[in-house]
Design a binder for this molecule. Structure first.
Ligand code: NAD
Ligand code: MG
Length: 400
């Protein structure tokens, strides 16, 4: 198969291939004209069967799986394909990220994606960037590394991809603000009392987007938008006061840029991640994506409202964290990851998620061994680990 690939094929790796973004990326590649893309490496946490299927379908050179317990199944599934090399464990995931490629999709979920995403970034090519948690926790270090290695960051998060498409970098002095839209999630119209009793299945029922479990819970709490505010500050080099959020339940307008002359440029599209992924995949060109076309007349109306700060404290916490700087964004992210996982295990209530983050932000600076600033990636790993301990103590207390 490799022999058929034209010399101009774009070499692609997908970190987090079996996830929602990873699958959507590979779906686009499968539909592209043959020879356009050459899949180098694919990674997954534990879904060996699916990873093997994807590797076979795309004739990947290398697959890496995190969980050692999935190794046997992966080897067995790839038995008839000795040309697909197999790696196991964190080092193998990083190895996958280090394989020479022209375009790498960073679609692992959580701060666990930081090391492999950094390894990909250090290749100095094109990094399609979905794994927002790793930018939230490492901020300026991440952006500095991208600059140092000459890496082109292509935002994949739909709102950031939208802003990227209409953000005139040559005229950034004339940009007044950007706006990220939010669907409002499944609890947009729920009372706080009802939210307090929300079950896992309620929070996983997202009205407009189909995504992985973690980001779906983040959408329900609006912490996703909080993380996205921080992500936008770094990607577009803006203070958070210039990053607005508006609830737009139809998820048709994804992001807007307001200019000094009053012009507001926006990107619109059906809520389908294959549009922002396609935009990053073909950048700076365009490609066809199999998404439903917008029919504004049929839609008839688009609604907008401000998020309710009382029911969605996550937005305030995220702004507080980016405003405080230092260790705070990494603490916010780590505590949120722990709280979301505990909610998904049905150990804490829905509103406990924000309480856990709030408590971790208030207490982490006093945690033994906590770095007081972020000078190197090593500090980020320590902050992440210690903030998780603080959050785990909250979870143990609440579930008791
Ligand atoms: P997902 O849970 O569907 O998939 C995550 C992928 O990462 C899977 O392939 C999984 O095997 C892998 N993975 C999980 N933990 C890992 C670990 N510790 N080490 C290595 N690999 C690991 O998640 P998703 O919804 O595709 O989201 C991925 C990232 O993209 C997240 O950061 C999310 O915020 C962001 N994002 C997702 C969407 C979406 O529509 N799903 C939209 C915008 C941004
Ligand atoms: Mg988004």
């Amino acid at each position: 198969m490799t022999g058929m690939i034209s010399p101009s094929a774009r070499r692609i790796s997908v970190l987090g291939a079996t996830g929602s973004v990873g699958e959507a990326t590979l779906d686009l590649i499968a539909r592209a004209e043959p020879g356009r893309y050459d899949v180098v490496a694919l990674t997954a946490k534990s879904n060996a069967r699916r990873l093997a299927e994807l590797a076979i379908a795309h004739s990947a050179d290398f697959v890496a799986i995190l969980d050692a317990s999935a190794e046997a199944e992966l080897r067995e599934s790839l038995q008839a394909h000795p040309d697909i090399k197999i790696g196991v464990g964190e080092a193998a995931i990083i190895d996958a990220a280090c394989r020479e490629a022209d375009w790498i999709m960073a679609a692992i979920v959580g701060a666990a994606g930081l090391k492999p995403t950094l390894a990909a970034l250090e290749q100095g090519t094109h990094l399609a960037f979905a794994n927002k948690e790793c930018l939230v926790c490492s901020g300026s270090l991440f952006m500095d590394a991208a600059r140092r290695h000459g890496t082109r960051l292509l935002p994949v998060d739909s709102e950031h991809n939208a802003v990227f498409q209409v953000f005139d970098t040559a005229r950034r002095d004339h940009i007044r603000s950007i706006t990220l839209t939010a669907s409002g999630g499944p609890f947009r119209d729920w009372s706080a009392e009802r939210m307090a009793r929300a079950r896992r299945s309620d929070a996983l029922a997202h009205p407009t987007w189909e995504m992985g479990a973690k980001i779906t819970i983040d959408s329900a709490s609006m912490m996703n938008k909080g993380l996205e505010i921080i992500e936008a500050c770094w990607l577009f080099d803006l203070p958070h006061t210039k990053v607005d959020v508006v609830v737009h339940k139809q998820s048709i307008i994804h992001g807007l840029v307001e200019y000094a002359d009053g012009s507001v440029l926006a990107q619109l599209g059906s809520p389908d991640m294959r549009t922002p992924i396609a935009s990053a995949l073909a950048w700076p060109d365009r490609m066809t994506a199999p998404v439903e076309r917008l029919d504004l007349a049929r839609m008839a109306r688009l609604d907008f409202e401000l998020p309710d700060p009382d029911r969605f404290p996550a937005l305030r916490l995220a702004r507080q964290a980016i405003e405080a700087g230092g260790i705070a964004p990494a603490v916010l992210n780590a505590a949120n990851e722990v709280a979301v996982a505990a909610f998904l295990r049905e150990q804490i209530g829905f509103l406990d998620i924000s309480s856990c983050v709030e408590e971790a932000l208030a207490q982490s600076l006093n945690e033994d061994g906590m770095p007081q600033s972020v000078a190197a990636f090593e500090d980020v790993f320590v902050i992440d680990r210690l903030a998780r301990d603080v959050a785990e103590r909250f979870v143990s207390r609440v579930k008791a």
